[in-house]
Design a protein around this ligand. Structure first.
Ligand SMILES: [Zn+2]
Length: 581
């Protein structure tokens, strides 16, 4: 750690020397100890959003250099840092350029200007955005840009949506990570599992069991039932209920989900099976149905999109059918192995075959696939899910295949789950540009988020990831529904990890913020150790007490699973261990 910090200091000193000798190559925007030479200028009558972007830039330049850079809306005697909207740059894109002694940050819209401000602070001033409440802002002598700077920055993916509490509930932080949510979906008919909303079994099943999926000779009418997709009455009722809903929220909402339930039981009746056989996938009957619904919708609402899932049994695309132009396909990685990038997975049916399916979906939709990706274990959110190398590799694959929209599901509504802060930090950067190298991002995060504990945290994380990347020991895929005792992650990993985490905690014990940052990961590691153990030791008892104390103070951290029985079981065992039982 110390060695790395010294190297970092030398590099910074080198940069400063360069600027001192060749200052005419740089336009200095603020110099520590001197009065402001520039004002931040926005157009007269600029919106509050643009003024906010200007205030943020001024606030951070002050933190960096102690120089107060004023805001101006008209002419001033000072040079200008101009913030302006320049439509036509491309969605979310921004441009940095110098003109004489002025510097311009231009964005396609107001949000893009704000993205540009944060990107400038990150890439030209060495700031970092770690969590909503933890910025890294170094002290600088100069804020400067190359005099010949003219750079257009565009995101790799148009939609960069992270389903993480720190992104969804803190739009200020999401803007720093240049994420967007842009949810044009109807809230009631969102992007998944809407069949039973459109046709509730409690309303229809009793009189018309034939509306629902025939599974092993029996019609199923549970809460998560699927529909018989070739029954003409089902098509009529779903279409009618969907049109009623559209009428209520159109034109504010223009995307409506018509999608299978979260259940593998699809209809096996003769006519549904006939389509699925012809199409060599149950996606056949699903798409035939959704196309028919979408055809009716298009007659009344030509600009409305009907979204459907390619999930579980519908991931494999149909052989002949093609989605209509007003149908969006949301392809999910729910069955994938995340121990390695998909193209390198040892489990072909969970890796490269998925990529083949993705390519086909992109081809038959004209690259209109909305990709739903999973970034953790959803059964046990506190259980490690070492996928950071897969995140990058998979995003590169998605980009290569032509995907433009990515939804990354994280632990929301839970917080403080395994690896959560690091993953959101990486996703923010990689969704903007998945081609960038991972190592510098990791170094920055470990050093800045964990401080003196960074070295130990890096060792801990690297060991977790090495089990599948290097050791190649397990014969089990890393799945988002993996069980807690899955041999994908052997127990010795967590026992060894406890050593690194204890050193990490010791290294930052006098720093309350870094100490807390370490503790969340330590809780996650200890949780798995406790749940896998048979009896308490004094050390595990202390760990259990630590976790329970945090669950008391941070209730979001106690939501460690989608299942309340798993949460209850964990709490009971932790309480027993904390009591030494
Ligand atoms: Zn059927």
């Amino acid at each position: 750690m110390r060695k790395e910090m010294r190297i970092g200091t030398l590099i910074m000193a080198g940069m400063l020397c360069t600027s001192a000798f060749g200052e005419d190559q740089y336009l200095v925007l603020a110099r520590r100890g001197e009065a402001a030479t520039h004002a931040i200028r926005v157009q007269e009558g600029a919106s509050s959003n643009l003024v906010h972007a200007a205030r943020e830039l001024s606030r951070y330049i002050r933190q960096l250099t102690d120089v107060d850079v004023p805001l101006a809306s008209g002419e001033t005697a000072l040079h200008a840092i101009c913030l302006a909207v320049k439509p036509g740059l491309g969605r979310d894109a921004f441009r940095f350029r110098t003109a004489g002694d002025d510097f311009h940050i231009e964005g396609d819209d107001e949000r893009a200007v704000l993205f540009g401000v944060y990107d400038f602070l990150e890439n030209y001033c060495d700031c970092d955005w770690l969590t909503p409440d933890q910025d890294f802002v170094p002290h600088q002598d100069l804020v400067q840009v190359p005099r010949d700077l003219d750079r257009l920055c565009k995101p790799a993916f148009a939609i960069r949506d992270c389903y993480y509490s720190d992104a969804r509930e803190r739009p200020d932080f999401a803007a720093k990570l240049k994420l967007n949510e842009d949810d044009p979906f109807d809230q009631w008919l969102w992007k998944c599992h809407t069949f039973t909303r459109l046709m509730p079994p409690e309303k229809y099943f009793k009189e018309h069991p034939e509306y629902y999926a025939l599974v092993k000779g029996e019609r199923k009418g549970e809460w998560n039932a699927n529909l018989c997709l070739t029954n003409p009455d089902v098509l009529r009722i779903v279409t009618s209920n969907l049109l009623d809903r559209i009428a209520k929220v159109y034109p504010e909402k223009k995307v409506f989900g018509v999608s299978q339930s979260d259940c593998w039981d699809h209809c096996e009746c003769e006519s549904c099976t006939a389509i699925d056989r012809r199409e060599e996938s149950p996606a056949g009957s699903n798409l035939a149905f959704v196309n028919a619904v979408a055809e009716a919708v298009a007659k009344k609402y030509p600009d409305v999109i009907v979204e459907t899932l390619a999930y579980q049994y519908t991931v494999k695309p149909p052989k002949h059918l093609r989605p209509r132009d007003n149908v969006m396909v949301c392809l999910c990685t729910d069955q994938c192995d995340f121990s390695r990038p998909l193209t390198e997975s040892r489990f072909h049916s969970r890796g490269r075959y998925f990529v083949d399916d993705l390519r086909t979906w992109c081809a038959i939709t004209g690259n209109r696939v909305h990709l739903w990706d999973y970034t953790m274990n959803f059964q046990y959110k506190l259980h490690a899910f070492p996928n950071i190398y897969s995140l990058k590799g998979n995003l590169e694959t998605f980009l290569d295949c032509g995907v433009t929209e990515v939804f990354e599901q994280g632990p929301l509504p839970s917080r403080h789950q395994a690896g959560e802060t690091l993953k959101l930090y990486l996703l923010g950067h990689l969704l903007w540009n998945p081609r960038q190298p991972l190592k510098p991002l990791l170094s920055r995060f470990y050093n800045r988020y964990y401080g003196e504990a960074g070295l130990w945290m890096r060792r801990y994380m690297e060991e977790l990831h090495a089990v599948s990347r290097v050791r190649n020991e397990t014969e089990v895929p890393l799945m988002m529904w993996g069980v807690l005792d899955s041999p994908a992650l052997p127990t010795d990993l967590f026992e060894h990890g406890a050593i690194w985490l204890e050193k990490a905690a010791e290294a930052v014990k006098d720093d309350p913020v870094k100490s807390r940052n370490v503790r969340w990961e330590r809780n996650a590691n200890d949780y798995t150790r406790i749940m896998r153990s048979e009896k308490p030791t004094p050390e595990l008892a202390a760990a259990a007490a630590r976790i329970l104390e945090d669950w008391k103070n941070f209730p979001d951290a106690a939501r460690i699973s989608e299942s309340s029985s798993i949460c209850d079981e964990a709490r009971t065992k932790l309480e027993q261990y904390a009591a030494g039982l």
